[in-house]
Design a protein around this ligand. Structure first.
Ligand code: ATP
Ligand code: FE
Length: 381
């Protein structure tokens, strides 16, 4: 099986061709960082318009790079949700128009299921079900129990903002330089891991200076809003509304915030894991925040603590993947949004017996992983 996948749930326009023998024949990602930098974040209207302009070219490039024409793929998969309505609509319309014209099967994939199952595409020895997957991005902070291909339980969710969203917020608050190629997350990580500058090299800010969230330690939920209140940065640098704080403040606040956010995440995951009835075969981390090295270290320590005497639960990160087509660059991270993961779930669902979906299924702007494909008619299988 060879499937063309399209992804356009947020600001990246992506198309990829993947085969059922786990080869990524092409994987094209067109980012909008330069547009986001102009507007100080993702603007739904601007992102939608950018997709309209770029998606056709991205699809052409993915097919061309894989050396295939649309007539040669077996099916077309697109992200049906969750995501921004305008952005999603560009991908779904492109997919269905191609499907209608070529009479190929078309299917809509849950974006977070695709993040969760990327590991089955990329790992030499992927974990067997059930496994846990942590999705940490600009839009999500959820811990999910993947029980089967189409059955998921959400074990942890955030009550307010997503971890990546608050990372971006703190980076903006600190006025860290906006990178037009990577976005703000890696910039915050860089400041957080840089050595502290005076006066904080001798008297660092106390880590627990503020309560993390209103959540009790025993509550199975996440909360990142207000993790590092604007107020405290104002105390450190009263002039912040007029100028960027000194680098010493930027590094220190970045470090304290990042440590607090990841401690919070790790301790809540540990809480949930201790209460699991069946053992899990791994913890898969995906989403942009999953590329943060401090988070990776923190999760490893946490897993070792959760199972001190047993075999520790293995950690998986969807790696940088090799694209076998002529696409440049050849290597791409599969932790962030991409269409290879969408094509891959398309393949898994076809292999599990799906024949194709109707062309008029509704988009799912919000869509719980626990209600997967509940509106796909039984006759499609
Ligand atoms: P979703 O896919 O959930 O709709 P998204 O489009 O924001 O959201 P990603 O591209 O996976 O998803 O993640 C981007 C987020 O990850 C941003 O908030 C960004 O700041 C954060 N991020 C990226 N790299 C790092 C890093 N090294 N450290 C911390 N955060 C990071
Ligand atoms: Fe994503």
């Amino acid at each position: 099986l060879v499937v063309l996948g399209l992804e356009s749930s947020a600001d990246d326009a992506c198309a990829a061709v993947v085969s059922s023998d786990r080869r990524i024949l092409s994987n094209v990602v067109r980012k909008q960082h330069h547009i986001n930098a102009q507007y100080g974040g993702i603007q739904p209207r601007q992102a939608h318009e950018a997709h309209i302009r770029t998606m056709p070219g991205v699809i052409a490039e993915a097919l061309d790079s894989a050396g295939l024409s649309i007539g040669e793929v077996d099916a077309i998969a697109y992200t049906r949700g969750p995501g921004m309505f305008g952005c999603l609509s560009v991908g779904v319309n492109s997919a269905r128009a191609m499907a209608a014209a070529t009479q190929k099967p078309v299917l809509g994939v849950h974006h977070m299921q695709a993040h969760a199952l990327t590991v089955l595409l990329t790992e030499e020895e992927p974990p067997a079900f059930p496994f846990l997957t942590l999705l940490v991005s600009g839009g999500h902070s959820i811990l999910v129990l993947a029980e089967r291909l189409d059955s998921y339980k959400i074990l942890l969710d955030t009550l307010d903002s997503a971890v990546g969203q608050s990372i971006d917020k703190v980076a903006r608050l600190l006025r860290l330089p906006h990178s037009t190629t990577t976005g703000l997350g890696p910039v915050l990580e860089k400041y957080a891991s840089a050595p502290p500058l005076p006066p904080y090299d001798t008297a660092p800010l106390p880590r627990g200076a503020r309560p993390l969230s209103q959540l009790k330690a025993s509550e199975a939920a996440l909360s990142f809003a207000g993790l590092y209140p604007a107020l405290q940065v104002r105390e450190l640098h009263p002039d912040i509304d007029n100028s960027a704080p000194p680098e010493a403040v930027q590094r220190e606040v970045a470090r304290v915030f990042q440590t607090a956010a990841f401690d919070h995440l790790a301790s809540k995951i540990a809480l949930v894991m201790r209460g699991l009835e069946t053992p899990v075969n791994g913890l898969v981390v995906s989403g942009g925040v999953g590329s943060n090295l401090a988070l990776r270290e923190r999760l490893r320590t946490m897993l070792d603590e959760v199972a001190p005497n047993d075999t520790p639960v293995p950690l998986y990160y969807p790696p940088i993947a090799l694209c076998t087509g002529t696409c440049t660059p050849k290597l791409r991270p599969l932790t962030t949004d991409n269409a290879a993961m969408i094509a891959w779930v398309g393949i898994l669902r076809l292999q599990a017996g799906l024949k194709g979906e109707p062309l008029d299924l509704e988009l799912r702007k919000t869509w719980s992983l626990e209600d997967l494909y509940d509106d796909v008619p039984a006759s499609c299988y």
